[in-house]
Design a protein around this ligand. Structure first.
Ligand code: DHB
Ligand code: FE
Length: 280
């Protein structure tokens, strides 16, 4: 059967992708940020996951204000790279796992999570920047990806609790797939940031570090954070953190913390990164 072996969460700031693509990772500004991912890149080389269930949000790139699914699952053979205004990032096409994705769609929907099934879509920095952070610049991505897109751009996004429970359902879905696959679940976005309005530039390290602690030891307490609290404490884009709860829900009750990194700032955002493995 397929197994969930670990969970990764990371910010997905587009400027990180640009720094990688333009060869600026060693600059004074970027070097300390990329240092926090060195351990992770080595670790994932040894882990060799077959598939990543990659939870991210589309930033009105593939979707638009005309169509915004709350939760969507990518069931295609592959996913091309969005043009977000500067041409598509020069990264490999993302290969899907249509069999696992179709199984997950069935399992999740019959488990009462009404996923939008997507057979064709492009993916933006929300999905590609985490891949670049973890795998660098390969000719082809060394894993297949099942994209799970979450609406955090148009009110109302799903609650943290709904996301946490979706994570639990993702675990049931993966573990009932009859093929021996090493599967990781990733949650992307965050940490605190606000890109617009009077409080643009807001970063809250106290909130973020407490969030990192609770991701490991007390995720139930994170699942009850209301939207307004994300807005006040973590800025208007801090709501992306609900996607970390999907990853955490998929890990089961207890986890081992393998790696943690926190860095301020990258572009307008506090970068947070966590790697955990389930203990049960
Ligand atoms: C930034 C961060 C994001 O998560 C995003 O989607 C876009 C921009 C930023 O910090 O610039
Ligand atoms: Fe984002």
């Amino acid at each position: 059967m397929a197994r969930i072996t670990s969970g990764v969460s990371t910010s997905h700031v587009p400027a990180i992708g640009a720094a990688i693509d333009l060869g600026k990772t060693e600059s004074d500004y970027w070097a300390p940020m990329f240092k926090g991912y060195e351990w992770s890149k080595q670790w994932i080389k040894n882990e060799k996951p077959d598939v990543i269930v990659l939870v991210y949000n589309d930033h009105a790139s593939a979707f638009s204000l005309e169509m915004i699914p709350t939760f969507a699952i990518g069931c295609g053979e592959n996913f091309e790279i969005c043009d977000e205004g500067f041409g598509p990032r020069p990264v490999p096409v993302v290969m899907g796992h249509p069999e696992l994705a179709a199984h997950m769609a069935q399992s999740l929907i019959l488990d009462e999570f009404d996923m939008t099934v997507i057979n064709e879509m492009k993916v933006d920095h929300g999905l590609t920047v985490p891949l670049s952070l973890m795998f660098g610049q390969p000719e082809a991505w060394p894993v297949k990806v099942v994209p799970i897109a979450v609406n955090v751009v148009q009110y109302p996004p799903p609650t943290g609790n709904r996301c946490f429970n979706l994570g639990k359902a993702i675990r049931r879905a993966v573990e009932s797939f009859d093929e021996d696959l090493n599967v990781q679940v990733w949650g992307t976005g965050g940490m605190s940031h606000q890109l617009q309005g009077e409080r643009a530039g807001l970063i809250n390290p106290v909130f973020d570090n407490a969030f990192l602690d609770k991701m490991v030891n007390n995720p139930e307490s994170l699942a009850t954070i209301p939207h307004l609290e994300y807005l006040v404490e973590a800025g208007s884009e801090g709501i992306e953190l609900v996607m970390w709860l999907i990853m955490r829900g998929a890990m089961g009750e207890k986890v081992n913390e393998l790696h943690r990194f926190y860095h301020v700032p990258a572009s307008n955002t506090a970068v947070g990164h966590l790697i955990v493995e389930p203990t049960n």
